[in-house]
Design a protein around this ligand. Structure first.
Ligand code: IMP
Ligand code: MG
Length: 179
């Protein structure tokens, strides 16, 4: 099993690029079916979702637009509990079928707040596509993602866009912290 060290923690490889690609394809298939006759606006949550979004959107075959938002709610391995809009929405969501693209839903705070924001901005509908979902950690029930790459346990993971203090986003596999 491949292991790496990041910020003094040891991580071991947990998902291969092939396993990740299969999960992403399944998310794309569901979105393609559900949005066949719509024209969704994907709102990609930076930084973490950039790799998932790139892979997912290449497999989405419906007519769509993509925009980006940057928020921060996390530092180190524990949530700070508040959301900061570092880059606000650059495009109106009014009347649009919005699909929020997130790397991982943990407490659900980020998605809970983003959904409230999209509703306040009068989006026609709002769904969420998350590469990873930690159901045991969900605190905000309305943040349960509609499209999920993989349900996981509550351990901290890195790679495939997910970071530890800014590092490890570039890894093509996903690594789990070694207990
Ligand atoms: P939430 O707002 O508590 O749902 O947290 C969502 C954000 O926390 C994600 O977009 C990630 O940036 C970060 N996060 C949560 N769990 C992990 C993890 O296991 N590894 C890396 N980042 C994580
Ligand atoms: Mg994120």
């Amino acid at each position: 099993m491949r292991t790496i060290e990041e910020q003094g923690h040891v991580f071991e490889e947990w998902l291969t690029p092939e396993q990740i690609a299969a999960d992403v394809q399944q998310v794309a298939n569901s979105i393609n079916a559900d949005y066949k006759d719509k024209e969704p606006l994907f709102v990609v949550v930076l930084n973490g979702a950039f790799i998932f979004a790139a892979d997912l959107l290449k497999k989405v075959n419906v007519h769509c637009e993509v925009t980006f938002i940057r928020v921060s709610s996390y530092w180190g391995m524990a949530s700070t509990g508040k959301l900061e809009f570092l880059v606000p929405l650059q495009q109106s969501v009014r009347g649009r079928d919005v699909i929020i693209v997130e790397d991982i839903v943990d407490s659900g705070l980020t998605i809970h707040q983003l959904k409230a924001h999209m509703r306040a901005e009068q989006a026609a509908s709002v769904t969420t596509a998350a590469m990873f979902f930690k159901p045991e950690k969900l605190e905000f029930k309305d943040a349960q993602p509609d499209y999920i790459g993989r349900r996981i346990t509550s351990e901290f993971i890195i790679g495939y866009g997910l970071d530890l203090d800014g590092f490890a986003r570039n890894l093509d596999a996903v690594y789990k912290v070694k207990q």
